[in-house]
Design a protein around this ligand. Structure first.
Ligand code: ZN
Length: 474
């Protein structure tokens, strides 16, 4: 196998020398060229968003506290980061690597560099190279700034979940007493097929430069398939594992693996140490035990159908049920024929037919959503404007404030009521978006959004009832 690869490489070298008479290194000439996508956010925005998200993440994840394991994973991570091609290095980024004590095979990275590797992933990988492959893939999403690039393309509610969600801290902090953190979807945005392929290709290139055979990344997909697949996260449902396997192997043929492959006895020792800890809980178990847990790169519960919502829905039931949201941070009554979905940091209550995906991101046609937005602005009106700007940026420029702003109350406190108009991304129909904002004691903005097509007035009274039912417990 190795001899064959060397042979091919020699042919390639000869061919390139003949044709191009170039002095550039082989790897530069032969490998797939990757470019940044357009991105309206600054590199500093990536750092800021990632830092905020990491803070939230770590308040919810059971991290594995083992300095030996931690040191080992950091070591591998640092080698990979040092191998990022210079055009994708950002001096502002601070890559960090932490191990989460969860059994699921998963890993994720946040904008600007914080990465979390599940213990299950390290235990299930067959070699250090397979583990490094997953890390190289995640590092590539960060280096290519995929999170903010995808937000730039802007799907309104995907972005709402993304930027508003990630920028907003949720209830919590020492002052909030019994309030736990709200659900936290690290992955904000589910990456497109194109981005996944790019992360595989750049990940392969990083591996080769770091001294790992990129085919190990491909092999990880085989390993994962044998384990029955992952629940989202690294093993995204697109492209298919076999496509990714083939694509990475193709790239590997064009890459020269730098010398210096590490002896993987370290890896075996670390695996043994981890197994000594007994069985880690799964994410589902962590969630049941009261901690909400992100599921990796995919959004929320993974219950979103892949197709766009039809927008054909039943009338809201006249029966309402009271639901606790944000782990008891608030209560709200919603029609009993609506279901609850998590989208980023926001929670949605929607009828069947009102939710789905467009371009891999969640879109809603009818329903109500709640979230918390962190603004540096202590003035409710100005903080609300900031929030609206965030929404509008993600709405393909279709969202407009359509009515005046009115003062109202929500949960006994002063609130602002803003009406916006928009064009639904799935149906193309004009829709009304009502936004009600109020402040928590810590100054953060608690908001409710209600959305329905402009000509479906029968939702208005349901929205009124929902708004009046909100009880905030801060
Ligand atoms: Zn990915």
């Amino acid at each position: 196998m190795i001899r064959k690869l060397v042979f091919k490489r020699q042919i390639l070298v000869a061919w390139i020398t003949l044709v191009a008479i170039s002095v550039m290194p082989l790897s530069v000439l032969a490998q797939t060229q990757i470019k940044y996508h357009s991105n309206k956010y600054s590199v500093q925005d990536d750092v800021q968003l990632g830092r905020e998200a990491a803070r939230q993440a770590e308040s919810q994840f059971p991290l594995l506290r083992d300095s030996q394991v931690q040191g080992y994973v950091e070591d591998v991570g640092r080698r990979l980061v040092a191998a990022i091609p210079s055009e994708f290095q950002h001096s502002e980024f601070q890559y960090s690597f932490k191990v989460v004590n969860a059994r699921d095979i998963n890993a994720f990275a946040l904008p600007g560099g914080p990465m979390y590797v599940n213990r299950g992933m390290i235990e299930q990988a067959r070699t250090e190279g397979e583990m490094a492959g997953v890390m190289a893939h995640e590092i590539s999403h960060v280096a290519l700034r995929h999170g903010t690039a995808q937000a730039t393309k802007g799907q309104k509610y995907g972005l709402l979940a993304g930027i508003a969600g990630i920028a907003g801290t949720i209830f919590g902090g020492p002052a909030a007493g019994q309030l736990a953190q709200a659900p936290f979807a690290v992955y904000l945005l589910k990456f497109s097929r194109e981005y996944e392929t790019e992360a595989d290709v750049l990940g392969s290139q990083i591996m080769a430069r770091a001294g790992y055979d990129p085919r190990e990344l491909a092999n990880m997909f085989r390993t994962l398939e044998q384990q029955g697949g992952g629940g989202g996260g690294f093993l995204s449902d697109h492209p298919s594992p076999s496509d990714r396997y083939a694509r990475i192997n193709r790239e590997a043929q064009m890459l020269r693996v730098n010398a210096g492959m590490r002896d993987s006895r370290d890896f075996a020792r670390i695996q043994q140490k981890l197994r000594g800890y007994g069985t880690a809980p799964t994410m589902a178990e962590i969630q049941r035990s009261g901690q909400r847990y992100p599921v990796g790169e995919n959004t929320g519960s993974g219950n979103y159908p892949n197709n766009p919502p039809s927008g054909r829905v039943q009338y809201p039931s006249s029966r309402f049920q009271t639901v606790s949201i944000f782990n008891g941070g608030a209560q709200v009554s919603v029609p009993s024929n609506w279901r609850e979905l998590n989208e980023g940091n926001a929670v949605w209550f929607v009828p069947e037919g009102a939710y789905g995906q467009v371009n891999g991101q969640a879109v809603f046609t009818h329903g109500a959503s709640f979230g918390v937005y962190q603004s540096n602005n202590r003035n409710l009106q100005r903080a609300t404007e900031e929030l609206i700007n965030n929404f509008a940026q993600g709405s393909n420029n279709n969202m407009r404030v359509s009515g005046g702003q009115q003062r109202t109350t929500m949960s006994g406190r002063t609130a602002l009521f803003t009406t916006l108009s928009n064009v639904n991304e799935a149906t193309g129909r004009p829709e009304n978006v009502r936004l009600i904002t109020t402040q928590l004691q810590n100054g953060q903005v608690f908001y409710m959004i209600a959305v329905a097509p402009q000509n479906e007035r029968n939702f208005e009274s349901a929205f009124d009832t929902i708004m009046r039912s909100v009880r905030i417990n801060d």
